[in-house]
Write a protein that binds this ligand. Structure first.
Ligand code: TMP
Length: 207
């Protein structure tokens, strides 16, 4: 399986601080002279934003299979409209969530067979996989507490503690299976400390 060298993803449970770290790494690499694109899933395109709303609105009672396919619909558009063209244009792409989120949330937490997710991923993503993933790891209760402070309340934030615990375990299992690609960063520390570690890892790998 090939990996795209300058395609980076950030993963983690709710409240793990991904969006801040995506921005900080994007700023750092931009200042170093790289062309950088930061983006987010679900979303990243105008169609993706509409799908994101469908997925996250708390009033939508959604079948798990509908949910899975909507994540992949958003990803199909994102890959073709944004990520692939940017990579062809020699741009570093940093995404806030990608396939590992589907494996952790729809697979480990919702209970959809991982082989179904893998089959969809082969069709939609194929070879366009991140070469480096930062798993921002945090205690589940602490993550949910941080999110409540930020007053976020979407369909996933309303899930049980057990659900989010399964998500975290799922991410940690992915990291255990693929230690070369997935770097675990303890995100219970300050934003600056986490950012320094992310940058240290990338400097070590790229130089
Ligand atoms: P965000 O709050 O990090 O922007 O992510 C939106 C929610 O979507 C979050 O609760 C995780 C969830 N999600 C999945 O369940 N599966 C996926 O494939 C992705 C990308 C996100």
């Amino acid at each position: 399986m090939s990996r795209i060298k300058r395609f980076i993803s950030f993963e983690g449970i709710e409240g793990s601080g991904k969006s801040t770290q995506v921005k900080l790494l994007g700023d750092y690499l931009g200042a170093k002279g790289y062309k950088v694109l930061t983006t987010v899933e679900p979303g990243g395109t105008s169609i993706g934003v509409k799908i994101r709303n469908l997925l996250l609105e708390p009033q939508n009672h959604m079948d798990p299979l509908t949910e899975l396919i909507l994540y992949y619909a958003s990803r199909a558009q994102h890959v073709r409209e944004v990520i692939y063209p940017a990579i062809l244009n020699n741009t570093v792409v940093i995404t806030d969530r990608f396939t590992d989120s589907t494996v952790a949330y729809q697979g480990y937490a919702r209970g959809i067979d991982l082989s179904i997710i893998q089959a969809l991923d082969e069709i939609v993503v194929s070879d366009l996989k991140p070469s480096l993933t930062f798993l921002l790891d945090l205690d589940v209760e602490e993550g949910l507490r941080r999110n409540r402070q930020a007053q976020k309340e979407d369909r996933f934030e309303l899930e049980t503690l057990e659900f989010h615990t399964r998500v975290r375990k799922g991410f940690l299992q992915i990291a255990a299976r693929e230690p070369e690609r997935v770097k675990i960063v303890d995100t219970s520390r300050s934003t600056e400390e986490v950012s320094r570690e992310v940058i240290r890892i990338i400097e070590e790998l790229w130089h």
